[in-house]
Write a protein that binds this ligand. Structure first.
Ligand code: 13P
Ligand code: SF4
Length: 358
């Protein structure tokens, strides 16, 4: 596979004094390298450097009975080194809700950890990187939603799950990249307010044309907004009609127009793996780099991944060192706290999502 991936700054475990034997470190390094499946970018030497960290995190997880959830856009050392569950935002919100452990450590951006707290308020949710935001969730406030409601009284409001707890509390239902079409179609009435993603909103406007008017906010994902239809067309011309174009629904309408398949991070991975199995190895992924890294690790058939991915700077803030520190001794700002009234209202929103998505 040949996708050019940007470099990831790596921390090494040399400064720590864990008591793991050379044999334990070597076995862990080999396990990491085999799981990550990028032997050039993750040579054995690099894996040896991080092995003491993953060993210690896994030991602490057991000792403290912590369930560690990681989004697909986290780095491969987190995904294959220490995560108990990796998936898209919908599956992860269910995993948080259903986890038997009383403590969840959520390695991802803030809104996902907040969502875990809303669906399981009695659990302790640790978020190692409080500074890890998201251009969508940071681009809209609860007041923005109240203003829209005042402007369009009685119209249902659906929000993308990439929103804060306070915004969710003002909306009727959350949707994710794996269910936004299904849920919005099932909402009552012939009008709908959709916040905050203007690209996903435009996709909804097109899909629901003639059935519902969709009023859209003007937020965007700074990662997926980078891709253009023009670039995708150039790649199609260069590679030919065998190229399968797989795009995330946070991309612009011009990009989605060119796509053969549109879906959540998890659905894009399944589709690429399916194409490989069916002997269609030429794939272009239009999304964040973590999706390609999981495909490289998990596809059994050889795939040719074309184009260039874009990294989410918020998702890549978290490193193994942060996870270790948060597990050992979390700071107050690493423990998710949400006002109880906001939780109750946001919980109603997410219950509606689970009801309408299934
Ligand atoms: P997924 O639910 O598809 O994983 O998307 C989350 C996200 O933030 C994409 O940018
Ligand atoms: Fe937010 Fe975009 Fe990063 Fe996803 S990729 S967390 S939507 S900024």
């Amino acid at each position: 596979m040949s996708l050019p991936l940007p470099a990831i700054p790596l921390l090494r475990a040399e400064s720590h004094s864990f008591s793991y034997s050379d044999e334990e470190i070597e076995a862990e390094a080999v396990r990491l390298q085999e799981a990550i499946q990028q032997h050039q970018r993750w040579p054995l030497e690099t894996c040896r450097g991080i092995a003491p960290l993953t060993l210690e995190i896994n030991r602490l997880k057991k000792e403290k009975d912590v369930f560690l959830i990681a989004h697909t856009y986290q780095t491969p050392d987190i995904i294959y080194g220490v995560a108990d569950e990796v998936a898209d935002s919908y599956t992860l919100s269910k995993a948080a809700r259903d986890a038997s452990q009383q403590t969840i450590l959520f390695s991802s951006v803030r809104f996902m950890a907040e969502t875990a707290k809303i669906v399981s308020p009695h659990k302790t949710v640790i978020h190692p990187s409080p500074e890890a935001g998201c251009s969508l969730s940071d681009g809209i406030t609860a007041q923005d939603v109240r203003d829209l409601r005042a402007q369009y009284p009685g119209v249902p409001v659906a929000c993308y799950i990439n929103t804060t707890a306070a915004v969710k509390a003002e909306c009727d239902v959350s949707v994710t990249s794996s269910n936004y079409l299904r849920i919005c179609e099932r909402l009552p009435g012939d009008k709908l307010i959709f916040v905050p993603d203007r690209f996903m909103g435009a996709h909804l406007q097109k899909a629901l044309q003639g059935k519902k008017e969709v009023i859209v906010f003007d937020g965007e994902c700074e990662v997926h907004a980078v891709f253009t239809g023009e670039k995708v067309r150039q790649w199609r011309q260069r590679i030919g009609d065998n190229l399968s174009i797989l795009a995330h629904p946070e991309c612009s309408a011009d990009v989605l127009e060119e796509a053969d398949f549109v879906g959540s991070s998890e659905k894009l991975i399944h589709e690429a793996i399916r194409l490989g199995k069916e002997g269609q190895p030429d794939v272009m992924l239009i999304t964040e780099c973590g999706t390609a890294e999981r495909i490289m690790a998990e596809a059994e058939e050889e795939l040719n991944l074309y184009g260039a991915c874009v990294m989410c700077r918020h998702m890549k803030v978290t490193q193994l060192e942060d996870i270790l520190q948060a597990l050992q001794n979390p700071r107050d700002d690493q423990i998710i706290e949400i006002d109880s009234e906001v939780i109750i209202r946001a919980q109603h929103n997410l219950d509606e999502m689970f009801r309408l998505a299934e």
